[in-house]
Design a protein around this ligand. Structure first.
Ligand code: IMP
Ligand code: MG
Length: 180
């Protein structure tokens, strides 16, 4: 597995401080709100687990699983709900917790679905942002941990073909892994 990694982008230590900074800001901003963290599975599971422990205001959590990737590295733009939320969103200030904002297609569709359920507010928190890759104009990250250039990254929850999620850091995958 380690042989497939070209270089490490964010080490465990760096991720720790990135996540802590986000948690601090979120705790400030949601002091008088009714925060519900919605983790988009599976990619955001590690980020979610770390982020929620840095948040010092009361919050509820829920999980949703959508699929937009058939396989490979390109988003199809069609979002299928694989696992829906359990919680009724009315009265909640929703914060969508995502692993990475790439083309933006997934979040654009997801946000529309969630808006129709009448939460008080919706914002987006993404660990990583690839701004160069954006193709939709209605989605931006309200909270973003770090920017990455247009390279395929794995680890800390992010996968390629369901692998590498368990790496504790974020690294660039060697092209030969997905171009073969
Ligand atoms: P989007 O719809 O193109 O914004 O795709 C977002 C989703 O694609 C993310 O939630 C990831 O699951 C996946 N994704 C995008 N870029 C990467 C990457 O570099 N590594 C791993 N997964 C990625
Ligand atoms: Mg994802």
């Amino acid at each position: 597995m380690l042989n497939d990694i070209e270089k490490v982008y964010y080490s465990e230590e760096q991720l720790h401080s990135i996540v802590e900074k986000l948690g601090k800001q979120i705790s400030e901003d949601y002091k008088d709100k009714n925060l519900l963290l919605v983790s988009v599975l599976k990619g955001s599971v590690v980020f979610m687990a770390d982020l929620m422990r840095t948040i010092t205001v009361p919050c509820a959590i829920d999980f949703m699983c959508v699929s937009s990737y058939k396989s490979g590295t390109e988003s199809s733009g069609v979002v299928k709900i694989v696992k829906d939320l359990d919680i009724n969103l009315e009265g909640y200030d929703l914060l969508i917790v995502e692993d990475i904002l790439d083309s933006g297609k997934t979040l654009s569709s997801l946000k529309k679905i969630l808006m129709s359920r009448n939460p008080k507010s919706i914002r987006i928190c993404t660990l990583l942002d690839k701004p160069e890759r954006r193709v939709v104009d209605d989605i931006f990250a309200d909270y973003s941990g770090a920017e990455v250039p247009d390279e395929f990254v794995v680890g800390y929850g992010l996968d390629y073909d369901e692998k590498y999620r368990n790496l504790p850091y974020i690294g660039v995958l060697k092209r030969k892994v997905y171009e073969k």
